[in-house]
Write a protein that binds this ligand. Structure first.
Ligand code: GLU
Ligand code: MG
Length: 437
């Protein structure tokens, strides 16, 4: 039987889900201008496939225009079909970026960074995930037998990522049951988020190919180990040179890097609704899970919201190129584009305000009461999605970083997600998210 090869033109939506429309691969070049039609109300489709209150109703038309730089074509098996998709930007039919296009929102934030500080963001997302249907996994964390069990998966994954234009870095058996982690090499600008999307989808595609199921959900059961997203960031100057490291700066951070981190920490309680945007996110963002519960900087501390990552004196890579910091109050229920946009805006705000370089904490902040935390300039991050949304919705400066109408629509989207879960206990909430992420 004849079969045409199909390409999916897709986007990462407010729920962090990848959605799109497919066309024949033979039309790829034509579709770079024509795109595919898109519907405004799609933005209110929650991760549970319910539709939250929409300001658009049945009205309006948009176009999703593929960016050929993101084209992924990977042959996973010996036979067709191949995995073939391309990420795009959603535009009005006039060509203007649509206010709810997450990729355009990130591009706007990156332009602000470039304009204010002359810097390009350079970074990578680090992803943890768990196999859902290997109940017999009793291998040890970081163990050779755990790795051996998935050596085949890892080899196919690395080849597929490379073919997709992503440079894989490491693969490891993480601490949780059936949990693995994949890291990838850094990229400049919007490609940081593109490569996160591609990595998540290639992990899913490789699993699908062998009838496995994986989940990136932040927490599979309330007492379990979380799946985090760690967003590694550094800067390049106008000449493409690393601009994050300054051996004479506090914690060896350059002035702009310190101000950028200070901005993230200052606005964190108001943007965590975007970086960790689901009900289950807040079951993970609790002390002693190696996630993040406070707005602190840590020097190589895995419980800090922002951690300065290790550099080595003996590496073949020069220190300035190794130097980076990671944001840890993030998970895979978010669009990587929105996560990065929120972080970049907060960071640039910190540069604009000339904030002071933060001092890294070395103690356990969970032992302090609210007054003691406050005296040191820290807050406990919001403990529910509702509380996080309240902080986001009421911070007019943070709202102003996003296009007109974005904040209210985002909050309604999330309210729709919360109402789907009403009446469920934490275990049932975990189960619901595990089905969809
Ligand atoms: N699994 C932890 C999390 O939920 C992170 C562990 C690590 O430091 O890699 O974020
Ligand atoms: Mg990890």
């Amino acid at each position: 039987m004849k079969r045409e090869e199909m390409v999916l033109a897709c986007c990462s939506d407010l729920a962090g889900k990848v959605r799109g429309k497919a066309f024949s691969a033979s039309e790829f070049d034509k579709r770079l201008r024509r795109g595919v039609g898109w519907t405004p109300t799609n933005v209110q489709i929650t991760c549970f496939d319910t539709i939250a209150e929409s300001p658009f109703g049945s009205l309006g038309d948009l176009v999703l225009i593929p960016d050929p730089a993101t084209r992924v074509r990977v042959a996973l098996g010996d036979t067709e079909p191949v995995e073939h998709f391309v990420v795009g930007n959603i535009r009005h039919t006039s060509g203007e970026p649509w206010e709810f296009c997450t990729r355009s929102i990130l591009q706007g934030a990156l332009e602000r960074l470039e304009k204010v500080a002359g810097l390009t963001l350079f970074g990578a997302f680090e992803h943890e995930f768990q196999f859902r249907n290997n109940t017999g996994d009793d291998s040890g964390a970081f163990s050779i037998d755990g790795f051996r069990a998935e050596r085949g998966f890892a080899g196919v994954l690395f080849a597929a990522l490379r073919e997709a234009g992503v440079s894989p870095d490491t693969f490891l058996r993480e601490f949780g049951r059936g949990q693995f982690e994949v890291t990838i090499k850094p990229q400049p600008g919007v490609a940081i988020a593109d490569h996160s999307l591609i990595t998540r989808e290639i992990v899913q595609a490789v699993a699908h190919q062998s009838n496995r199921k994986v989940t990136f959900t932040p927490l599979r059961d309330p007492a379990g180990v979380g799946n985090g997203v760690h967003i590694h960031m550094s800067f390049l100057d106008a000449g493409g040179k690393p601009a994050t490291y300054d051996p004479s700066g506090r914690h060896e951070l350059s002035k702009e890097a310190g101000q950028f981190i200070a901005g993230i920490l200052k606005y964190l309680e108001s943007i965590v609704a975007i970086t960790a945007p689901s009900v289950v996110s807040y079951l993970r963002l609790t002390p002693h899970r190696w996630s993040a519960a406070f707005n602190n900087l840590g020097y190589r501390d895995r419980e800090a919201a922002v951690r300065i990552c290790p550099v080595s004196d003996i590496s073949d890579i020069e220190k300035a190129s190794q130097f980076n910091f990671e944001f840890r109050a993030a998970d895979c229920t978010a669009s990587p584009y929105l996560q990065l946009a929120a972080l970049v805006h907060a960071g640039v705000q910190g540069i604009e305000e000339g904030l002071e370089m933060p001092v890294a904490t070395e103690d356990d902040l969970s032992t302090l009461d609210a007054a003691a935390l406050n005296a040191r300039g820290y807050v406990r991050l919001p403990q529910t999605l509702e509380a996080a949304l309240e902080r986001f919705a009421t911070n007019s400066l943070v709202r102003s970083w996003f296009p007109n109408g974005f904040a209210d629509t985002y909050v309604k989207h999330k309210q729709g997600e919360m109402s789907f879960l009403s009446g469920r206990d934490p275990a049932e909430i975990c189960q619901a998210y595990e089905q969809v992420y």
